[in-house]
Write a new protein. Structure first.
Ligand code: SF4
Ligand code: SF4
Length: 396
């Protein structure tokens, strides 16, 4: 779709140009971007094109949609150019005036449309709408597996809802004593029954009584700023997803990553954790506070006796490809991280479900046999039974 350049778009660009004038093209924003290896031009060049009034070049630049809104570029800019906010406004202008339709933009628009009607993104409906627009997953095997899993979960849930518990069936696990802690489940976790169950199991074993509210649906992040969740809370909320964490913080809700809270509690109670393998490579994704997330995984390693394999922080916090990972293909960051893990024959552990799925796809496509686990698939309370990995975690 071509961009319609009219007087009001020129005016918007003139305003943006004012905000970019201090940029002296040092390139720090591009070199610190966790998406760096996958960008054609990068934030520095986009800012330069805005300075030069190159409207067409900016509006046809797919890098705008590969930005995962982590904010690192704004943090590192010595001239206080809020690069991430400028990119966000440029995406809004693209929505208004046309521009190109790359997989990431299509995904964000579909998510925005669905969130206008429903509280959560339904992965099946989302995937089918993407396919109807001509965007099919690059990892067909992974997509077929996810499709089968979601269908079988839905059928099982419906069957369970329609029948009474058989006589003698074990009672549901007792809730731990202590006050309920507000938990924002988001939209991805409830659609993965095994990860959801493990999350609640490890939290309960460490003494957390997670209380989900109906309002804790989708944080709005997949729609890239178009739709917020409207969620409010008076006390800090536990989150299991870095995107939820980032979106809620932006909306003024104080959050704490659940994994960090669990590690802190386990350490305070001197309760060891159990790890599913002797060593692991951490991968925290691009939306979290990198140092803090890596420190928490190092603490989990210490509590479990597992060895953490670290190289340099940027490798462990590259972008997995985010929403486009499935449709555009593996990111450079994911491939480099997997190569590092494969050399050490180590499992990868991530606190993000989307990162886990994108990394699994990247491993399958690269024919790398690297097990990739979501945090509660790898760590459990030492006295709470087995933390055996799920089927299909390693890829041939
Ligand atoms: S870091 Fe700031 S000054 Fe340097 S190129 Fe990026 S926007 Fe310009
Ligand atoms: S917000 Fe993050 S992903 Fe987006 S351009 Fe800046 S550093 Fe890159």
């Amino acid at each position: 779709m071509a961009t319609t350049i009219d007087a009001s778009l020129r005016q918007e660009f003139a305003r943006l140009r004012e905000e970019c004038l201090l940029c002296y093209q040092c390139g720090q924003c591009t070199s610190s971007c966790p998406n760096g290896g996958d960008l054609e031009r990068g934030p520095r060049r986009i800012i330069r094109d805005v300075q030069a009034g190159e409207i067409e070049a900016v509006m046809s630049n797919e890098d705008l949609w590969r930005c995962s809104e982590c904010g690192t570029c704004s943090d590192v800019c010595r001239m206080d150019v809020d690069v991430a906010a400028i990119l966000k406004r440029l995406r809004a202008l693209e929505r208004q005036y046309g521009g190109q339709r790359c997989p990431e933009r299509e995904a964000a628009d579909i998510a925005a449309k669905r969130l206008g009607k429903y509280p959560r993104i339904d992965n099946l409906a989302f995937g089918m709408t993407m396919a109807s627009k001509g965007h099919v997953p690059k990892d067909v095997v992974g997509a077929a597996g996810a499709f089968t899993r979601i269908v079988s979960q839905t059928v099982n849930a419906r069957m369970k809802a329609g029948r009474a518990a058989p006589e003698g069936a074990p009672a549901a696990a007792a809730k731990p004593a202590g006050p309920a802690r507000p938990f924002y489940a988001g939209c991805a976790l409830p659609q993965d029954a095994d990860a959801y169950r493990r999350t609640h199991a490890v939290a309960a074993a460490i003494g957390f009584n997670l209380a989900e509210t109906e309002a804790a649906a989708c944080c709005g992040h997949p729609s890239r700023g178009t739709v917020g969740s409207g969620f409010t809370a008076d006390e800090p909320v536990l989150t299991a997803c870095p995107a939820c964490d980032a979106s809620l913080e932006e909306a003024g809700v104080q959050t704490t990553p659940l994994w960090e809270a669990l590690v802190d509690r386990a350490r305070r109670d001197e309760r060891p954790l159990k790890a599913a393998a002797e060593s692991f490579v951490p991968y925290v994704g691009c939306l979290v506070d990198r140092e803090r997330a890596l420190a928490s995984l190092a603490d989990a390693a210490a509590l479990s006796g597992a060895r953490i394999e670290l190289s340099y922080p940027a490798l462990h916090a590259a972008c997995c490809g985010a929403l486009g990972g499935m449709y555009r293909g593996s990111s450079e960051g994911a491939r480099r991280l997997l190569g590092f893990a494969a050399e050490r024959r180590a499992t990868v552990v991530t606190p993000c479900l989307l990162c886990r799925d994108n990394l699994r796809s990247a491993a399958r496509r690269a024919h790398l046999s690297v097990p990739i686990h979501f945090w509660p698939e790898f760590f459990s309370a030492a006295d709470a039974g087995s933390a055996a990995p799920t089927d299909g975690d390693a890829h041939d």
